[in-house]
Design a protein around this ligand. Structure first.
Ligand SMILES: [Zn+2]
Length: 278
C-alpha cells in the first residue's frame, strides 16, 4: 500500500491523564457493510471505514458514530465550510487493523503511534482497544478538515497543533484534558516557551525535542487558542481562518483579525496575564 505520510500522531505516550471513554452502540440502518480486499467496509455519511473481520461490528459502529460527531463539532466550531463535501467517493477513509501487530505490519506506522494519517489522501490508519481513541480521532480529524479548509498556506506548528488540541479538549468529558494550573506555574517560573521561539518551532522539529518540552509545546499551543477564543470570541477566530484561506500570511491574517495585539510580545504578555491572574 503506497502512502504519503506528512505527519504522525505523536501524543500517545505523552498524555498524563487517563480518560474514561464511553462508547454507546447505536445500530444505524443507513450504514452499509460490504467486503473488499480482506477488509470489511462500513460507510457512513462522511466516512468509509475499512476494518478486519476480527474487529467487532459494534466497535466499528461506535467509531463511525464518533467520527460523524467530531465532523460536526469541528466544522461547526470554526465554521469551516469547504468547497468539496465529503460525500460519495470523496468520503474520508479509516483503516482499522485487527490489532497492534497487524497495524504495524500492514500500515507501516511508527511503533509508538496509536494512529497515523495520510493527510494528502485523507486516510487514517489505526487499531482497536486504545483507551484514548476518541482523542486521536478528534485530533487527527481537526488536522485533516483544517488543512483542507486553509489549503497550502504555511502556518506555525503551534497554531495547527493548538487547533487540534483545542478540539481534543472540547471533545473530552468535563473538559479536563489540559491542566491549566500547571501552565500557571510554568509561566510564573518562566519555564514556558517564549513566543518568538514558539513561532519558529516546525512540526518536524518536534521529533527532536525532549518529552517534557513537547508536553509544554502542546499545553502552550492549546492555551493560546483557548485564550484567543475565550477572550476575543469565535467570530474573530473564524475571521482569522478565513483570511488564511484567502491567502494572507499568518502575521497579516492575525493582525487583521486581532487588533488588540500590535506585536508578538503584546500577545505573549496578555496571554501570561490571563493564565496567571485567573
Ligand atoms: Zn497534531
Amino acid at each position: 500500500m503506497q502512502k504519503n505520510f506528512i505527519k504522525f500522531y505523536m501524543h500517545l505516550n505523552l498524555k498524563k491523564i487517563t480518560f474514561l471513554l464511553v462508547f454507546i452502540f447505536l445500530w444505524r440502518n443507513n450504514y452499509l457493510f460490504s467486503y473488499e480486499d480482506n477488509f470489511v467496509q462500513l460507510r457512513s455519511e462522511h466516512f468509509i471505514v475499512y476494518y478486519r473481520q476480527d474487529v467487532s461490528q459494534q466497535h466499528v459502529s461506535s467509531i463511525v458514530d464518533m467520527l460523524e460527531n467530531f465532523y460536526r463539532l469541528i466544522t461547526g466550531e470554526f465554521n469551516l465550510v469547504r468547497d468539496k463535501l465529503w460525500l460519495w467517493e470523496n468520503r474520508t477513509k479509516v483503516y482499522i487493523a485487527k490489532d497492534k501487530k497487524d497495524y504495524l505490519e500492514n500500515f507501516k506506522c511508527p511503533f509508538w503511534s496509536g494512529a497515523c494519517v495520510d493527510y494528502k489522501d485523507r486516510i487514517i490508519y489505526t487499531y482497536p482497544d486504545q483507551k484514548n481513541s476518541s482523542l486521536i480521532f478528534a485530533h487527527e480529524l481537526t488536522h485533516i478538515i483544517f488543512r483542507e479548509y486553509i489549503k497550502d498556506s504555511p502556518l506555525p506548528c503551534w497554531f495547527e497543533e493548538g487547533m487540534a488540541t483545542y478540539i481534543e479538549h472540547k471533545s473530552t468529558l468535563a473538559n479536563q484534558h489540559f491542566d491549566l494550573s500547571s501552565l500557571k506555574k510554568m509561566i510564573q517560573n518562566k519555564k514556558h516557551i517564549k513566543f518568538d521561539e514558539l513561532m519558529n518551532i516546525s512540526c518536524q522539529e518536534l521529533y527532536n525535542l525532549s518529552e517534557s518540552k513537547i508536553n509544554i509545546f502542546y499545553l502552550q499551543s492549546f492555551s493560546i487558542i483557548n485564550f484567543l477564543i475565550k477572550n476575543y470570541g469565535k467570530d474573530n477566530f473564524t475571521q482569522l481562518l478565513f483570511y488564511l484561506r484567502s491567502g494572507l500570511n499568518f502575521g497579516e491574517a492575525f493582525s487583521k483579525s486581532f487588533l488588540s495585539f500590535r506585536t508578538l510580545e503584546e500577545l505573549e504578555n496578555k496571554w501570561k496575564k490571563y493564565y496567571t491572574e485567573n
